[in-house]
Design a protein around this ligand. Structure first.
Ligand code: AHG
Ligand code: MN
Ligand code: MN
Length: 340
């Protein structure tokens, strides 16, 4: 790339040339990127900034919160509430939605986020991130309620994540492919480092928490078992395994070199459809993956077509290289053809 293209310039050009980004949405994405820069700073300071360790509180999902979960949540709210681009926000770390206070103008967008993904990796200095999804407020809506957020992932107008790893990288889609921006710390700007990201349709790499194997359903067991048989098995090739335990980092690897990621339903809590949350984890990641030519299902249907029934709804997630995702989905269909 001969000329450095900043995130600001990229967004302005998308707005001007393709008309894809109305000005309020452009402001929103710039503000989210700015918030990610602050979170990245806090992550980098680690123990020196006093940001490691537990907050000694629980979120609505019954998970212990880390200090950084709460810090990242506050950074995102404070950055976004006053700009006039949002009507309300929702987060993994808040029981209910956060409506923009009356003292600020209200915009037409809804922002959902997982402020800090991969919390179990914070204290051990492994990559973590922020995931976000943007929806439009339904036009008939006046007073914003949770119901306004309950839109299928296919209705997203922007989605992305920022991974805080050896580099801080912001990955974004507004429905015109996937672009990656690397944080230039000296300049304080995100610089475009890859456009038209594409996931190869085939892969030899899978990501799943193997310690849950005994709890999986038959189709997932069958798929992994076939991968593990390698060259001698029905797949006729050896597979490699990776599991970072931060969805952002696992998805980032898949967008970079392909692969399949699964966090499937399992028998431990049969009433829960999965571990990951539909609206601020599965939906934005599924849209990014589809925009890069990959696929994302819950084993039965396309994740982006699932109509959410509640804000913190969970879902089984299978995403990544298209041919592998199609294979796992077909194993589910063969196991329960009536659901197909
Ligand atoms: P979060 O930290 O936002 O709660 O999300 C953690 C998720 C996801 O990032 C990751 O893929 C998965 O949990 C890891 O789960 P295991 O600890 O079961 O491996
Ligand atoms: Mn998460
Ligand atoms: Mn989280």
């Amino acid at each position: 790339m001969s000329k450095k293209v900043s995130l600001t310039r990229y967004l302005v050009e998308q707005q001007r040339v393709d008309g894809l980004i109305p000005s309020q949405l452009r402001l929103l994405l710039e503000v989210v990127a700015r918030a990610c820069k602050s979170i990245s700073q806090a992550v980098n300071k680690g123990a020196l900034g006093g940001v490691l360790g537990s907050a000694e509180s629980e979120n609505v999902q019954g998970e212990m919160q880390k200090k950084l979960d709460i810090i990242a949540n506050e950074v995102l709210i404070e950055a976004n509430e006053w700009g006039g681009h949002l009507a309300a926000m929702a987060s993994e770390e808040m029981d209910s939605i956060y409506v923009v206070p009356n003292r600020y103008p209200q915009g037409e967008y809804l922002l959902l986020f997982d402020p800090l993904d991969g919390s179990s990796n914070i204290d051990v200095n492994v990559s973590i991130g922020t995931i976000f999804s943007v929806l439009k407020k339904p036009s008939e809506s006046h007073g914003i309620t949770e119901t306004d957020f309950l839109q299928a992932g296919a209705k997203q107008v922007a989605a992305g994540y920022c991974v805080y790893g050896p580099q801080t990288t912001l990955v974004l889609t507004v429905g015109d492919g996937v672009a990656m921006f690397t944080l230039d710390r000296e300049q304080g700007t995100f610089v475009l480092t890859q456009e038209n990201v594409k996931i190869p349709a085939d892969t030899k790499e899978f990501a799943i928490n193997m310690s849950n194997m005994r709890h999986w359903d038959a189709p997932v067991k069958r798929y992994i078992d076939e991968c593990l048989q390698g060259k001698e098995g029905p797949r006729g090739k050896d597979f490699n395994m990776r599991w970072v335990a931060s969805m952002v980092a696992d998805v980032h690897r898949i967008l970079t070199r392909g692969g399949i990621f699964m966090y499937p339903w399992d028998k431990r809590e049969p009433n829960k459809p999965g571990k990951l949350r539909l609206m601020y984890e599965a939906n934005p990641m599924s849209w990014l993956v589809e925009q890069a030519g990959g696929a994302a299902t819950n084993g039965k249907e396309r994740i982006l077509d699932v109509q959410p029934a509640k804000l913190h709804e969970r879902i089984s997630v299978i995403l990544g290289s298209k041919n592998e995702v199609d294979r796992v989905t077909s194993y589910h269909r063969e196991a329960s053809p009536n659901d197909a």
